[in-house]
Design a protein around this ligand. Structure first.
Ligand code: T3D
Length: 262
């Protein structure tokens, strides 16, 4: 437990759970500190081969705690740029850049920077009742915490502009249709089905997953020759890994591979 944030291990998976259901898991300072510490720990722990982020109760995360924000405004202690640099930027970069898969298990509404944290993950899976709402324009802010970067890459510029300017609420099924989430399950099945998917990732070839994540993300900023050169370098490293040898042996022996992540 790190403040209102619970961490637990399930096999090779590190689960980070935001635990402020009474405030729709909104991000006050202790919650932000807890998330950052939990992500830093999980990123640095080689035995954590996948990281899952979720929320307790009816919400995934409603973004910045607006009551706290109002208090800061009232006392004149407000520098949103600083708040972005000290929590949102490092949290988003950890989710997007740590060398292992990150999965947002979106159990309910994801709004504001809560949506941004989900967007920063490599995969999003959702309960049927989950919904996404940028919410920033409702309080005259711009989409932040990486939303302006991730959203158009995930759903295209047209949908990104629609979500930012009209502040449409996107239900789980529409989210799946436009590429915002990969899987939607009935609410009562989310925990089990997401657990299975995350266990599958945790038993995967972590080194190859990490390189695939890095190269796919980098490809969005690269030309083809650069991407091909990066693939060649990464594949040479992957081909010398124990997991590659295991994968080939398992195929030939007609058995399931037992990847160790090495
Ligand atoms: O400091 C910085 O760095 C600035 C960065 C900003 C990044 C941001 O995230 S800005 C966007 C902030 N978030 C929002 O504007 C979303 C506000 N919330 C909502 O629009 C709605 O609550 C939801 C769509 C998320 C959920 O609606 P609903 O009807 O399912 O639930 P609810 O009844 O509105 O909320 C449940 C409780 O959570 C309620 O508490 P109460 O009244 O029963 O005691 C509500 O006030 C509380 N809650 C919801 N969102 C927040 C919140 N409390 C504080 N901050 C919130 N963001």
């Amino acid at each position: 437990m790190i403040g209102p944030v619970t961490t637990r291990r399930e096999g090779g998976a590190a689960w980070v759970t935001i635990n402020r259901p009474e405030a729709a898991n909104a991000l006050d300072q202790p919650t932000k500190d807890g998330i950052l510490a939990a992500l830093e720990q999980a990123a640095a722990d080689p035995s954590a081969r996948v990281v899952a982020l979720t929320g307790t109760g009816r919400a995934f995360c409603a973004g910045q705690d607006l009551r706290e924000l109002q208090g800061s405004r009232a006392s004149g202690e407000i520098d949103l740029g600083d708040a972005l640099k000290t929590f949102y930027e490092p949290a988003v970069r950890l989710l997007a850049e740590m060398p292992k898969p990150t999965v947002a298990v979106v159990n309910g509404v994801a709004a504001g920077a809560g949506a941004s944290l989900a967007l920063a993950c490599d995969l999003r899976v959702a309960a049927a009742s989950a919904r996404f709402k940028l919410a920033f324009s409702g309080i005259a802010l711009i989409p932040d915490a990486g939303s302006t970067w991730h959203l158009p890459r995930l759903v295209g510029l047209s949908n990104a502009l629609r979500l930012a300017l009209l502040d449409d609420t996107v239900g789980a099924e529409e989210a799946r249709r436009i590429g915002l989430v990969s899987r939607v399950w009935p609410d009562e099945e989310l925990a089990d089905r997401a657990g299975e998917l995350i266990a599958r990732l945790a038993a995967g070839p972590t080194g190859a997953h990490a390189a695939a994540k890095r190269l796919l993300r980098a490809s969005l900023e690269a030309d083809l020759p650069t991407a091909l050169a990066a693939e060649a370098k990464a594949q040479a490293a992957a081909a010398s890994s124990a997991d590659h040898a295991e994968g080939v042996s398992a195929f030939v022996a007609k058995r399931a591979p037992a990847f160790t992540g090495s």
